[in-house]
Ligand binder design. Structure first.
Ligand SMILES: [Zn+2]
Length: 498
């Protein structure tokens, strides 16, 4: 059996000030992998493709790499970058085919300038090359904005079950194992059914350990007890995408179309019923910092973590919005911050030199829309090349490259500044700048939710902050021109019957 494998992954935030070019993909953890490099590099990795390969080895498949590329969330993928990656994938499928099956790891919320429904466009193009008879199985992120056009092109879909996402490898294994069952004649060829309630919930309350996502997943798992329902994938959706079909979707992969449709309708209806649970009020900057400092005063021991959710680079935030940092500096807080994306400040720190002091303007450089740089007198506390290997559950075993990294110490506040933009989803983002996060009274973390997997166990408490940024949970602060209307919660009176 010859199985083609590939990945083109991006979560597009159309409100992000950061452009997405081919270089954005190239500077990521593993860069852009082409052809055989995909298999060589990804074998043994705890990633989606690593899971595909592991099953392929057990099955004795010949695994053929196409292209593997992923970039940190940012604005619309530029047309040339999307076309280039898509063409590389299609060319490999043509030159190395025919195949017995295709396994792709995609995000689901990629939006290219020349293909707003990028995964739909990509999978339709893959389908054209491989023909109608070759199974195309796809692993996706549960933040995908999934379309009927995409569902038509694929045979089976397996979305992450966890948020923070700690099951990319497990879902990769599950995707490939189902392909093996089909190829070994143990199951009939599946189809994918979709339910798409008119809802665009913010991502702030999409954790899977509790709350509405947990309840919707549980509803799906009841259905999965039936043998014809292979998988129920629950997509909360990604709301920072001014895209017609953004929002929640339920995808059901089944060997019985009618049962799949019934299941999608039921689970989609349930998601709609409990939609209000996705909304959450969080504290504005001054109030959040005040609350954090009070807890620090009362209960020394574990750090209090402030999550700068609205500037989550993992959701398209620039990673350099200044308002929360400004307040910490103003209040003379003790603790550490990870990580502010600001190559200019890193360069200045290198010029000034380790142990020396100077004037810095930190953050606020990607756009002036979310606040001006924070002006401080600081000491260069640490300089490094920004490389480390993740140890927490989200980045486990993966090499991370922050680019040249500096730590600016302002009083007792240690500010980690990187040259490459990252959400601080691992304690390594502090340690790379010589900070042991557990020893800090207070942490400020630029991330929405994935940091929880590694920071919840070491934190006294976590406070989510309502600050300016490209990923704020209050959606009516953004102007949507393309999302279908009416849609909840932008139009609170929206009605729908599944
Ligand atoms: Zn996600």
């Amino acid at each position: 059996m010859r199985i083609a494998v590939g990945m083109i992954s991006h979560e597009t935030n159309t409100f992000s000030p950061i452009p997405t070019t081919l270089e954005s993909f190239a500077e990521e953890r593993v860069g852009v992998l082409n052809g055989d490099e995909v298999i060589e590099t990804m074998t043994g990795r705890k990633s989606g493709i690593g899971g595909f390969i592991e099953v392929g080895q057990q099955q004795g498949w010949t695994m053929v790499g196409t292209v593997a590329a992923g970039a940190t969330p940012s604005a619309n993928v530029d047309a040339s970058a999307y076309t280039e990656l898509k063409t590389r994938m299609l060319n490999r499928l043509k030159s190395e085919g025919p195949f017995d099956g295709v396994l792709l790891h995609l995000h689901g919320a990629m939006l290219a300038e020349n293909a707003p429904d990028a995964e739909g466009d990509l999978c339709q193009a893959v389908r054209e090359v491989i023909g109608p008879d070759v199974p195309l199985f796809v692993e996706l992120d549960l933040h995908g904005n999934i379309t009927p056009n995409f569902c038509q092109a694929v045979d089976a879909v397996f979305a992450y079950n966890t948020n923070p996402h700690i099951d990319a490898w497990e879902r990769g294994v599950e995707t490939a194992e189902h392909l093996a069952k089909l190829l070994n004649g143990e199951i009939a060829r599946p189809t994918v059914s979709i339910s798409k309630p008119p809802m665009l919930p913010p991502t702030i309350n999409m954790r899977t350990a509790e709350g509405p996502m947990q309840r919707i997943l549980a509803r799906g798992w009841e259905w999965e007890k039936r043998p014809e329902i292979l998988d129920v994938s629950v997509f909360g959706g990604f709301p920072y995408a001014d895209f017609d079909l953004a929002g929640t979707a339920i995808l059901v992969t089944s060997t019985d179309r009618a049962a799949g449709e019934e299941c999608a309708k039921d689970v989609g209806g349930f998601a709609w019923e409990i939609r209000e649970e996705f909304l959450k009020r969080i504290a504005p900057v001054e109030q959040a910092v005040q609350q954090a400092l009070e807890i620090v005063d009362q209960s020394p021991g574990k750090p209090v973590s402030l999550a700068d959710v609205a500037d989550n680079p993992g959701g398209g935030g620039s990673g350099d919005t200044p308002e929360l940092l400004r307040e910490l500096v103003k209040r003379g807080a003790s603790g550490a911050v990870a990580c502010v994306w600001d190559p200019e400040t890193v360069e200045k720190a290198q010029q000034i030199g380790l142990g020396n002091s100077g004037a810095f303007r930190i953050g606020g450089k990607a756009t002036d829309a979310y606040g001006a740089p924070v002006e401080v007198e600081g000491t260069v506390g640490h300089l490094s090349d920004g490389h480390f290997v993740g140890e927490g559950p989200v980045v486990r075993g993966q090499p991370v490259n922050c680019g040249p990294t500096a730590r600016i110490d302002v009083g007792d506040l240690k500010i980690v500044v990187t040259s490459i933009r990252h959400a601080a989803n691992d304690q390594g983002y502090f340690r790379v700048a010589g900070v042991e996060p557990q020893d800090q009274p207070l942490l400020m973390i630029k991330s929405r939710g994935h940091f929880r997997a590694d920071f919840e166990p070491i934190s006294h408490s976590i406070i989510e902050v309502d600050a300016p940024g490209a990923a704020n949970p209050t959606l009516d602060r953004y102007t949507f021109n393309n999302v279908r209307r009416p849609i909840w919660p932008l139009d609170p009176d929206t009605t729908w019957t599944p």
